[in-house]
Design a protein around this ligand. Structure first.
Ligand code: TXA
Ligand code: MG
Length: 335
């Protein structure tokens, strides 16, 4: 047994928060049955208490321990896509404390496929509630280095698991009258879901009130202002781009210095682009340009999920003076 996994097991058994690798992004994990442990996640992330967490389980069979009234189609989706990057929103059992679900009677659940996450889950007598391991609103971490830079001084351990293979968050599906609804596009493409269950309704538009789950518009933003462009050559022609960073999909324009550009894939491979997207945004953010111009991805498959994240990042660039407002929100809810 990996010594690091043993250490993480001990910390989690002790009610502590540990950053863990998954195949999508790194998560900030704690015992899903332990309210006190979960409270720390919200504090460390500065996450408003109205935003529920995803619970990570070790096997498909474990689903029945924390969820009930599982629609047959949900069970089929779990059988098809787990372990993997699909989160199912299902009626919760009372064993899940309401702080995990932000008071909702449903809980988000997924069985991750990352071998280290699974090995860890198999050591524990409880599932792990874990949001992405970033400060609220900021870009999700896809390496342990990203977590270390953002939250390193606030958590006792980051379990190393290499760069996340998928690179963007899980796809989220909920059910309304037993009908599946796509709440968040993600690492499993809409097309892949539809080839299995047929046409699916989508409710993932960014909104200020998180009535539809996980859909706060200002998620996934770098600190630098970001704009999505459908025509990079045209943008370069019409603007002064001296202190602009470019996140590129198709190619690197000759007229722009190499330092200003990151090409997320060598041959327009969308999986590779997903794998590199957040790491590239972290990197461009660190280079402190005045502006990041991101090339729009092709609008199909994972490309649509990547565009969703870019447009959310464009919506509001992230302002790090936010905590007082959020803390106020958390206080109100706690009372
Ligand atoms: O890939 C992922 O999903 C990663 C890894 C760590 O598993 N996790 C992740 O968690 O992206 P987070 O918290 O950053 O995003 C999960 C979203 C939240 O925005 C939340 O609103 C939604 O899932 N969610 C969770 N439980 C829900 C529920 N019961 N009802 C509605 N939405 C829910
Ligand atoms: Mg997140």
């Amino acid at each position: 047994m990996n010594k690091e996994i043993l250490k993480a097991t001990a910390l989690l058994n002790d009610g502590k928060v540990v950053a863990i690798p998954t195949e999508t992004v790194y998560g900030l994990a704690a015992n899903a049955f332990d309210e006190k442990a979960i409270e720390q996640i919200f504090q460390i992330k500065q996450r408003p208490l109205f935003n529920p967490l995803i619970v990570h389980i070790k096997s498909i069979d474990y689903l029945d321990t924390i969820a009930q009234q599982i629609p047959p189609i949900a069970q089929q989706l779990a059988n098809e896509f787990w372990p993997g990057a699909l989160t199912l929103i299902l009626p919760k059992k009372s064993i899940i404390p309401s702080i995990v679900t932000a008071g909702k009677d449903t809980v988000g659940i997924r069985m991750p496929s990352h071998p280290i996450a699974l090995e860890l889950l198999n050591q524990l007598d409880f599932p792990l509630a874990a949001p992405s391991a970033n400060p609220f609103g900021y870009i999700s971490p896809t390496t342990s280095e990203h977590v270390k830079k953002q939250l390193g001084n606030k958590i006792p351990m980051i379990l190393e698991g290499g760069a996340c293979a998928k690179g963007i968050e899980s796809t989220i599906i909920g059910f309304e009258d037993n009908e599946p609804i796509l709440y968040r596009v993600g690492a499993i493409s809409k097309e892949a879901i539809e080839s299995f269950i047929g046409k699916i309704k989508v409710k993932s538009k960014a909104s200020a009130t998180p009535e539809a789950p996980g859909m706060l518009s200002k998620h996934y933003s770098p600190k630098t202002k970001l704009i999505v462009s459908e025509n990079i050559p045209e943008y370069i022609k019409n603007n002064n781009v001296e202190n602009t960073g470019f996140l590129l999909f198709s190619n690197t324009p000759d007229s722009i210095p190499i330092h200003n550009c990151i090409l997320v894939t060598k041959n327009k491979n969308l999986d590779e682009a997903a794998h590199n997207l957040y790491a590239s945004l972290h990197e461009l953010d660190e280079r402190k340009f005045d502006l990041i111009i991101a090339e729009k991805f092709p609008e199909y498959g994972i490309g649509s999920s990547l565009n969703d994240r870019l447009y959310r990042a464009q919506e509001t660039h992230f302002d790090f003076d936010y905590p007082t407002e959020l803390l106020k929100i958390n206080k109100t809810i706690k009372q």
